[in-house]
Design a protein around this ligand. Structure first.
Ligand SMILES: NC(=O)c1ccc[n+]([C@@H]2O[C@H](COP(=O)([O-])OP(=O)(O)OC[C@H]3O[C@@H](n4cnc5c(N)ncnc54)[C@H](OP(=O)(O)O)[C@@H]3O)[C@@H](O)[C@H]2O)c1
Length: 329
């Protein structure tokens, strides 16, 4: 195989630098499945990694991109064959091993998922890590007893990738969804993907008491900090609050009162290291009952591989709405 193009992230004299390079297959992390990548996507974490605004890579250099989809080109793994349509999300891509911003990827078969029947390659990356994480949160909440009769589910950071797909999946599954956003010009967008009510983040009154009036059945939080603290103390008896992100803060100040007096559950969600059987269960649901219905609105934008380096800054500035697919081919 001759040289091919990859978007690599490196560190020189304490500074993160990133850009396109021509590399060879043996430059990539080892793995028993070689994939001809067709699409990847951009997540907040990809933007942190590529710009150096967050310390994501555990070693340098690495190809960026925490998501990829494509066709198996070569494999020694017994459960995969040449020509299989596959995806990988998380599993150390662009953290401990080379990721999806490359014409070819070499990955461990342990991390590879066969594309669910009802999902094509483009849709898989419209969903990507963001949608997978939203589905994982809903799956864990429901395993813990969440159901639509418990009251509305709040989604914070609602116009982002995780938030948008969470709104879509919850609403299609019969939940009443309340979206919280910092963008007062995106209320129509949030309504169009399934939010019944939209609250502007700046209008929130966090209160000062350890428990405030309980109004939510549960929550999916992308922000952390005082918003997460407020969600815990305003959730109804037995509700689940899934903590996914820290777009606002990594801190959490709370008391045990919501946990003890309202049996509220704080669920940690990690999309990177999900055990394989759970990962397969969640992708299976993404292809069936949790299949997003509004992907054409949420992921209306796709960019070429060439345009990738210019696309990260808007994520860092919190200006992104929905999901962006990267066409690698
Ligand atoms: N636990 C996991 O495995 C996992 C997996 C995927 C993502 N994440 C994390 O989940 C979060 C969301 O990821 P994403 O891919 O959806 O990111 P994204 O597309 O960039 O969306 C993040 C959203 O958060 C809001 N936001 C951004 N900056 C903010 C700030 N400073 N203060 C308050 N709100 C802010 C904005 O939504 P509004 O304007 O609508 O409020 C923004 O659209 C990130 O923190 C990401 O690292 C975690």
């Amino acid at each position: 195989m001759s040289k091919f193009r990859a978007f690599r992230i490196d560190e020189k004299e304490g500074k993160v630098i990133s850009g396109f390079e021509q590399i060879e297959i043996n430059d990539l992390s080892e793995g028993d499945v070689t994939v001809k990548v067709s699409h990847s996507s951009i997540n907040y974490k990809d933007a942190l990694a590529a710009t150096g605004k967050g310390k994501i890579l555990k070693k340098y250099p690495l190809v960026g991109g925490i998501d990829l989809v494509g066709v198996v080109k070569e494999t020694t793994a017994k459960n995969f064959s040449e020509g299989d349509n596959v995806l990988v999300n998380g599993c150390g891509l662009s953290e401990t091993r080379d990721g999806g911003y490359s014409e070819y990827a070499r990955v461990s078969s342990e991390s590879v998922i066969k594309l669910p029947k009802n999902i094509n390659a483009n849709q898989a990356m419209q969903i990507g890590t963001a949608g997978y994480t939203a589905a994982l949160a809903i799956h864990q909440m429901e395993k813990n007893g969440q159901n639509p009769s418990m009251g509305p589910i709040v989604v914070t950071g609602a116009t982002g990738g995780v938030g948008s797909i969470a709104v879509d999946m919850l609403s299609s599954s019969g939940y009443e969804v309340v979206a919280i956003t910092g963008k007062n010009d995106q209320i129509n967008y949030l309504n169009s993907i399934g939010a019944q009510k939209v609250i502007i983040r700046g209008d929130l009154d966090f209160g000062k008491r350890p428990l405030e009036k309980a109004v939510w059945g549960g929550a999916i939080d992308n922000l952390g900090g005082e918003v997460l603290s407020w969600l815990l103390k305003t959730t109804n008896y037995g509700g689940n609050v899934a903590s996914i992100g820290l777009a606002s803060s990594f801190k959490l100040e709370t008391t045990v009162m919501p946990l003890i007096l309202r049996a509220v559950n704080l669920l940690g969600i990690n999309s990177v290291d999900t055990p394989r059987c759970l990962r397969e269960e969640v992708w299976q649901r993404i292809g069936t009952d949790l299949k997003p219905q509004k992907l054409d609105i949420i992921a209306s934008e796709a960019i070429t591989f060439d345009a990738l380096p210019q696309a990260f800054e808007a994520f860092i500035d919190g200006k992104i709405k929905g999901r962006i697919v990267v066409n690698i081919l």
